[in-house]
Ligand binder design. Structure first.
Ligand code: ADP
Ligand code: MG
Length: 912
């Protein structure tokens, strides 16, 4: 184990009660703090439990041991709150036993029962595993209930052995599996929610920078808070005015009659950090920073104040927040009107989008539970809000507008859990290159490439829409209608045949199944509709239909087990000019139809989407355009399908994967090439061997003679008598375009000829050739991994060969792949029939394709230094798969555990 792998870097995380602590390795400069912790901040009894006795020298010895110069056999972490050391956890290996470490823990008495030990342990487990430690051991006194409790709740298996009043604990770290992750998740969720209470359920709010100038942000927020009827205390802070907007103002935070839970900052950028520090010192627990345009120094200082004083932060550059809970009624934003109380949680990165979204929800009559404009998202993010809504007992629909992701893997894990309870809708922002540039300059965080993001949304069960309008269309449906079954066979009804056909086309365009009405249903409809009606799908009632007939028709369809969803398209006609004949009445007065989702298309409607209110109080979304209705239904269908799929286990590692070998290879390569780079053909073969990836025999030959010998040896091995020669030089990109691939070489003479041509063409750049047997023809696929710095590894499968870019037919998943991913990736290619057997050709060996995907997923997860890997082509045949061209690029990169509990550190606020 080496300390080099664990640089002294501070991370911040939340305790169980929502307090922020910093965690970092202990060093020589911490000696006084460590001594103080053990000597004065622990009672005699705590010390007895910690040191098994009352030796007066014990604290000294502990401080010496933990705070010496860095040692290879010791990992020691301290937890700091407000600059004070409140706990310590360390582990030490004995000589010759690098895989087992003796564990020790100490927490200041007044910090017990707040999760300090557990949090330290989580971080120590992480550091220890990175350093090759596989087991923690600890001796504890039998009456040390606190420590036994910590271990029992940790989520790791603990083996106990009793020995005369002492209990020897053994904690195998290798078994840190899904159960452990879930335990960590649960602690993370409750700590997060606890920390957000000051923000979203404050009892008192200070508005700092509440200006007297009408129209100013501070003034406007103050008035809005008051107008909305905030139920708590409201204190304007303004050093220059005794009164602001009719409210008594206070010159500073320290002069307030109490400590505000939340402070809203509307001060100029240069004073934001100072104001935040003042808030922290006054004991404020959360900040909403409306100010924008902070420079790097101000950003750093703002962040520092928040972390040091344990304040959660929304913004900067936020439009504000709104909490509609009747018990709170906080409207701390300067956008539009205070939203009506309801069940939609809304979080947006862009304030403008926030205003637009709230306005449209108001038109629809969809109420909001809480609204947060995240702004530049230094701290509070979409992930925090999902966890809040998951537990607030009010939210049943989440609407997110995100331009960038801090920790997409953690977000995805949260979303997967939350979306089982209620739909999460998002606008996929920053798709186009122009959109992405906009996103980058707008939020100071680079937006992420489309495919990766779409993959994340799909895997996490998030409903991703392509525009704000589509988001609202879909929200209207999901908010008001039951989900369809996963099959989602749609029946269309219209009172004007042409419109019905448009709707049917829209269903076809969005991939919705159109129901073929069963005979008995057709007969039933024929009995109740006017003569001349068409009773196959799309059902055309004709314009002569009465509201009663129409209602009966809709009810008959809605009751039928064959129908999974209904699209009802209505046009006012001359026949229905009288109000009592309005066909919409049939929709609204009809008995409640709650079994299947129903969407209306009213072509004469003036707004694109509305929620109609039925006689029984139920609501029905109605669209102007059948396309919008169909798309919303398709989203509902996708959600139903996602929910119907039970969670699939991670794909098991196929036999013959050697992570250790791959790591050694990568370490050696990166030592020789500190900036990383492409592996040469020989190293590529070696890496592929470590993971059992099926690469064809590739013999390296530095010269013509070597190439001929290699070709002969291949023939002697009994391969097809033809070989392939590929010219190689460091840094080469695509070989065939450059004329660096010669296939079908049968005789020595042809091999020599090819080599000479390479020498002529590539000159001194050529360092040698790769000689391969000619592979039997098959379907050329592409399989590969791209490592995204933020999202992690993305595994791809597609149609391959030299035309792969033109075909652009690919399926992608973020690693780790599940068993279901292995099954579905090949089937979701547009050209999947080519794999399953086309025009008499036999199906390719799909099990072998899946095996390659599983190996890639594990390789990518085990080797964070793997920047990109490309198998193209992977030749797939009925009797197996074989790769004839592989490229691998490694990059120096520390491993990163996305699930370790820690608060965000956006680049803009980075201290080092
Ligand atoms: P690049 O992708 O760099 O252009 P490849 O090594 O993939 O070079 O070769 C290009 C094409 O040549 C492949 O898509 C494949 O069709 C064919 N090819 C290459 N190597 C072999 C081989 N060993 N057996 C059969 N065909 C091959
Ligand atoms: Mg290739």
């Amino acid at each position: 184990m080496s300390t080099a792998q664990h640089p002294p870097r501070t991370v911040e995380a939340l305790l169980a009660d929502g307090t922020t602590v910093s965690i970092r390795p202990l060093g020589p400069s911490d000696r006084a703090a460590v001594l103080d912790l053990h000597e004065t901040r622990m009672s005699d009894d705590s010390r007895r439990l910690r040191f098994f006795g009352a030796s007066r020298r014990a604290p000294q010895l502990a401080a010496d041991r933990l705070c010496g110069p860095p040692r290879g056999d010791l990992l020691a972490l301290g937890a700091w709150a407000g600059g004070e050391l409140v706990g310590e956890a360390d582990c030490e290996t004995a000589p010759g036993h690098p895989e087992t470490a003796e564990l020790a823990l100490a927490v200041a008495d007044d910090w017990h029962h707040r999760g300090v030990a557990t949090l330290l342990l989580e971080h120590l487990v992480h550091a220890a595993r990175q350093n090759g430690i596989r087991t923690f051991e600890a001796d504890t006194l039998a009456d040390n209930r606190a420590v036994h409790r910590v271990f029992a709740d940790l989520g790791l298996p603990v083996r106990r052995r009793f020995e005369q009043g002492e209990i020897r604990l053994r904690v195998p770290l290798d078994e840190a599996d899904e159960r452990y992750r879930e335990a960590v998740d649960e602690r993370g969720r409750s700590a997060d929610v606890a920390s957000l209470a000051a923000l979203l359920r404050p009892a008192s709010v200070a508005v700092v920078g509440a200006s007297r100038r009408p129209g100013s942000v501070g003034q406007s927020v103050l008035s809005k808070i008051r107008q909305a009827g905030f139920t708590g205390e409201l204190w304007p802070v303004n050093p220059y005015a005794a009164e602001v907007a009719g409210e008594r103002a206070y010159p500073s935070l320290s002069t307030l009659p109490g400590t505000p839970d939340l402070a809203v900052l509307a001060v100029p950028p240069v004073v934001v950090a100072g104001a935040a520090e003042e808030c922290g010192q006054a004991g404020v627990r959360a900040l909403v920073v409306l100010t924008s345009g902070l420079d790097a120094d101000a950003a750093r200082r703002l962040m520092h104040a928040c972390r040091r004083h344990s304040m959660r932060l929304v913004g900067p550059n936020s439009l504000g927040i709104a909490q509609t809970d009747p018990g709170i009624r906080l409207d701390a934003e300067f956008g539009g009107a205070f939203p009506v109380s309801g069940t939609a949680g809304v979080a947006v990165q862009s304030g403008g989008v926030g205003i637009a979204l709230l306005e449209r929800l108001a038109w629809l009559g969809i109420g909001v539970s809480s609204f947060v404009s995240l702004g530049d998202k230094y701290d509070v993010s979409g992930n925090d809000l999902l966890q809040w809504w998951e537990s607030d007992g009010r939210t049943d629909l989440a609407l997110l507008h995100l331009e960038s992701f801090g920790n997409p893997r953690a977000f995805s894990r949260t979303a997967r859990r939350v979306t089982r309870r209620f739909p999460i809708l998002t606008v996929d922002a920053g798709r186009s290159p122009a959109g992405r540039r906009g996103a980058a300059s707008h939020t100071a965080a680079a937006a992420t490439p489309t495919v990766t993001r779409e993959t994340l949304f799909r895997q996490a069960g998030i409903t991703a829409t392509r525009s704000l309008a589509e988001l609202v269309d879909t929200a209207a449906l999901l908010h008001s209608q039951p989900l369809p079954s996963a099959r989602c066979a749609v029946a269309v009804v219209s009172n004007a045949g042409g419109v019905g056909i448009l709707a049917a086309d829209a269903c076809a365009d969005t991939g919705l199944t159109q129901l073929e009405l069963p005979g008995d249903l057709t007969a039933e409809l024929r009995d109740l509709l006017p003569g001349g009606a068409s009773t196959v799908n799309p059902v055309d009632t004709t314009a002569a239909v009465t509201p009663d007939q129409l209602a009966a028709c809709i009810d008959t369809l809605a009751r039928s087990r064959a129908v999974d969803a209904l699209l009802v398209c209505l046009v006012p006609t001359a026949l229905t000019a009288a109000a009592q004949d309005d066909p919409v009445r049939a929709l609204l007065d009809g008995p409640a139809r709650r079994r299947v989702p129903l969407a209306a298309v009213l072509l004469s409607q003036e707004v694109p989407v509305r929620l109609l209110t039925c006689a029984d109080g139920g609501r029905i979304p109605s669209y102007t355009d059948p396309q919008d209705a169909a798309r919303a239904l398709a989203h509902a269908r996708d959600r139903a399908r996602w929910l119907a799929e039970p969670p699939s286990p991670e794909a098991a590692a196929p036999p013959g994967c050697d992570p250790e070998g791959a790591r050694r290879l990568a370490d050696a390569f990166l030592t020789a090439n500190p900036d990383g780079g492409w592996l040469d053909p020989a190293l590529t073969v070696e890496l592929f061997d470590c993971y059992g990836l099926p690469l064809t025999i590739s013999i390296w030959a530095p010269d013509e003679h070597g190439a001929v010998i290699a070709a002969r040896s291949l023939r002697e091995l009994g391969h097809r008598c033809e070989v392939v020669l590929k010219a190689y030089w460091p840094g080469q990109v695509h070989k065939s375009v450059a004329g660096a691939v010669r296939t079908g070489l049968a005789a020595d003479g042809q091999v020599r000829q090819a080599f000479r041509e390479f020498t002529e063409r590539f000159g001194h750049r050529l360092t040698g050739v790769v000689v391969q047997p000619m592979a039997a023809p098959g379907l050329e696929l592409l399989a590969g991994v791209v490592q995204d710095r933020v999202f992690g590894p993305l595994v791809l499968l597609g149609l391959g060969g030299t035309a792969t870019e033109v075909l652009a037919d690919r399926s992608a998943r973020l690693a780790p792949l599940t068993e279901r991913d292995l099954a579905t990736m090949p089937t979701e290619l547009r050209g999947s029939v080519l794999l399953s057997g086309h025009q008499g050709a036999a199906a390719v060996d799909l099990a072998a394709v899946r095996d390659v995907l599983a190996r890639l997923s594990h390789l990518a997860a085990d080797l964070p230094q793997l920047a990109e890997l490309d198998l193209n082509p992977l030749i797939a045949r009925p009797d197996g798969v074989l790769c004839v061209d592989a490229r691998v690029r490694l990059e120096p990169r520390p491993s990163f555990d996305p699930y370790l509990r820690r608060l965000r550190r956006p680049a803009a606020t980075e201290e080092d």
